[in-house]
Ligand binder design. Structure first.
Ligand SMILES: Nc1nc2c(c(=O)[nH]1)N[C@H]1C(S)=C(S)[C@@H](COP(=O)(O)O)O[C@H]1N2
Ligand SMILES: [Mo]
Length: 415
């Protein structure tokens, strides 16, 4: 497994072609930083003590009121992890590619940098992002690295391989539960994708963010970027890629990052189910649940980003105001983004020309004639298939807090 690597020459010999660039060119900011004569309007739904740093924690969040362009600067990028942020010595670093490959391989950073590279703009959120988290677990970056597919093609994958597992260099002791028995086992942070997904053009092994080497909080020296997927898929401090036949069911793949949803069997009983769930503020796990003749319960792994839009910032511009927000999804083209103010009509917002398929999609709406006082502003996105971002009430049968993509009414005060 650690034998010296024949891989680099092999990969080069295999004739990798320079891959086409998927992403945007150098951004031309559609939304500049606050210009002269602009003032930021205060949201009244943000806690007064909101901070992007959490005490005694490596977690950093993004104040979405500061979004002023497609790419989040590295020092403002949100950072989340389950263990610590390992400090990796770049000279000694080797990526291990193991399991069902023709030649188990190790690659240094220089080896990776010498391979054909590509850039992709990818925005993502933590699947736990929500109004409760002030929607602050989100960012968008320009990532440069090697396509996973190209790397695997160069090494040679056994026809028996069905699963590609990514292990981070961070580890921790976890409770691994099997039928009530809890084992305390040291585990690496791990996530997996199918071999079919691995062989699509998007999955990237990234060593740069916004034109500079990855920072430590973002996974230096190498991380996975799965464009269009929730943050958890983007394994940081990548140490090993293992190809195997069996499904990988590690904690952060199969147990922790799961969504439980009920699907109503017959639309005619939707009203009945609403009445049943109307109990005031039941605790999670403490409410009456519809039975199997009414609702089918489905559990899924967190993977593709569910269509979401959020109003992030309001600025005064001359006589009017500008509303700015972002959309996230799995890369499905959008049909529209609309904004509603108070009880007014849905108005079509303008999407930034800088947006790309897997970036977050910035949008703006000019708001003229706003009266002093409190106002409600909400946005909704619709994709090309006609799927509309749900309202809060449409998520009434979602039983875990992840993948919260409901429309989010915001309140602002015009002074
Ligand atoms: N190695 C490793 N990678 C990880 C995690 C982790 O705990 N360890 N956390 C994941 C989660 S839950 C999220 S939301 C994203 C956050 O990516 P960021 O810190 O670059 O914003 O990293 C993912 N990658
Ligand atoms: Mo996450």
């Amino acid at each position: 497994m650690n034998k010296p690597s024949p891989s680099r020459r092999q990969i080069l010999r295999s004739g990798l072609t320079a891959a086409g660039v998927l992403a945007a060119s150098v951004p031309d900011w559609a939304i500049p930083a606050l210009a002269q004569g602009e003032t930021e309007i205060a949201f009244t739904d943000i806690p007064a003590n909101f901070s992007t740093k959490r005490p005694n924690s490596l977690t950093q969040t993004l104040d979405i009121r500061t979004i002023d362009g497609l790419f989040t600067p590295a020092d403002k990028f949100f950072a989340l992890q389950h263990h610590d942020q390992p400090e990796v010595d770049p000279a000694g670093y080797r990526l291990q590619v193991t399991g069902l490959v023709d030649n188990p391989t190790t690659l240094s950073i220089e080896d990776l940098r010498s391979l054909p590279s590509t850039e992709i703009a990818a925005g993502y959120e933590c699947s736990g992002n929500s109004p409760r988290a002030t929607q602050a677990l989100v960012s968008c970056g320009l990532w440069k690295g090697v396509r996973l597919r190209d790397l695997l093609d160069g090494i040679g994958v056994s026809s028996r391989a069905r699963e590609v597992v990514f292990f981070g260099l961070d580890r921790g002791v976890e409770d691994v539960d099997f039928r009530g028995t809890v084992y305390k086992l040291e585990q690496q942070f791990g996530r997996s994708i199918s071999i079919e997904k691995a062989m699509t053009p998007e999955p990237l092994l990234a060593y740069e963010l916004n034109g500079a080497p990855l920072t430590r909080p973002q996974g230096f020296p190498l991380r996975v970027i799965m464009p269009g997927w929730y943050g958890v898929s983007n394994v940081k401090w990548l140490g090993e890629i293992q190809l195997q036949q069996d499904r990988y069911v590690g904690k952060y793949q199969a147990r922790w990052y799961r969504t439980i949803r009920g699907e109503i069997v017959d639309d005619d009983i939707a009203g009945q189910i609403d009445a049943m769930l109307a109990a005031p503020n039941p605790k999670e796990g403490d409410r009456p649940e519809p039975d199997a003749s009414q609702v089918q319960w489905v559990e899924t792994e967190v993977s593709r980003i569910q269509l979401k839009s959020v109003v992030a910032r309001v600025t005064k511009r001359g006589n009017g105001f500008q509303i700015l927000g972002f959309v996230l999804n799995d890369g499905t083209p959008l049909r529209s983004v609309e904004v509603k103010i108070d009880n007014g009509p849905w108005q079509r917002a303008t999407l930034s020309p800088d947006n790309t398929q897997y970036s977050w999609k910035l949008f703006t709406l000019d708001w003229m004639g706003a009266k002093p006082g409190e106002h409600m502003i909400v946005s909704r996105a619709t994709d090309i298939h006609g799927y509309v971002q749900p309202e809060e009430k449409d998520l009434r049968l979602k039983r875990s807090f992840l993948e919260h993509n409901a429309q989010m009414p915001r309140t602002v005060k015009i002074g």
